[in-house]
Design a protein around this ligand. Structure first.
Ligand SMILES: [Mn+2]
Length: 227
């Protein structure tokens, strides 16, 4: 049975910044470097756009850090990506399959950490966060498609998203999932695009990639941290 899900609405804090961070993919050092660069405070709202785990080799350290920041009452809002979803599905397929899954995605370190806690954590990640002026999710919402929510619905087939589609499409969408060079991301910002990805392929070695990107949503300022 599909579960109903309404995007989580979050109000802006008057003092802090609102910052979205792209796909971390287990790249713990880049995540730490970026947090350092941002000089995050407890007034800031930080949104992680999904795929915090897999591919890079330090998924457990990334999840440990998320748990730590939340315990320290930082305003950290992780969003679910296809990799968090796949991890949960793989776990439900039995240990042998799960171990194979972890090996495929360089995430065996999750077995050495607090696996139960990790699974519980990613299970509760939001699918989508709605701000006054932005929609944040892992995959984009495609205006012009027969169904503008095709990508998100395809990624989470067991979720019945309850969106106010017309309202959502008025807002700027920032998402992850689609790998872009930092130049492409900078162009998206410069051209004031209404929908773009800030996933700069942290785990990749290609030209213009291998970065973890963050965006300050009020200043539309980008921060790139090389892996
Ligand atoms: Mn990804």
């Amino acid at each position: 049975m599909a579960k109903n899900y309404t995007p989580r609405k979050i109000q802006k804090n008057n003092e802090g910044r609102r910052i979205a961070i792209g796909d971390i993919h287990g790249c713990y050092d880049a995540f730490m470097g970026l947090l350092d660069k941002l000089k995050m405070t407890k007034q800031d709202q930080i949104f992680l756009l999904g795929d915090t785990i897999d591919r890079g080799r330090n998924s457990s350290l990334v999840l440990d850090k998320i748990i730590e920041l939340q315990k320290d009452s930082y305003q950290l809002f992780p969003i679910k990506g296809n990799h968090e979803e796949k991890l949960l599905l793989a776990y439900d397929c039995g240990l042998e399959f799960f171990e194979e899954y972890l090996e495929t995605y360089n995430s065996q370190d999750l077995l050495c950490g607090e696996l139960e806690e990790y699974l519980k954590l990613v299970y509760h990640f939001d699918y989508c966060i709605e701000l006054d002026d932005f929609i944040l999710s892992h995959a984009g919402i495609n205006e012009g498609n027969i169904n503008p929510f095709t990508d998100l619905r395809g990624m989470f087939p067991n979720v019945n998203f309850q969106f106010d589609e017309a309202e959502c499409l008025k807002k700027t969408q920032i998402h992850g999932h689609l790998v872009r060079t930092i130049t492409e991301i900078e162009n998206s910002v410069r051209n004031k695009e209404k929908r773009f990805s800030i996933d700069s392929g942290c785990y990749l070695n290609e030209e213009g990639m291998g970065y973890l990107t963050a965006i300050d949503l009020d200043l539309m300022k980008l921060y790139h941290q090389k892996r």
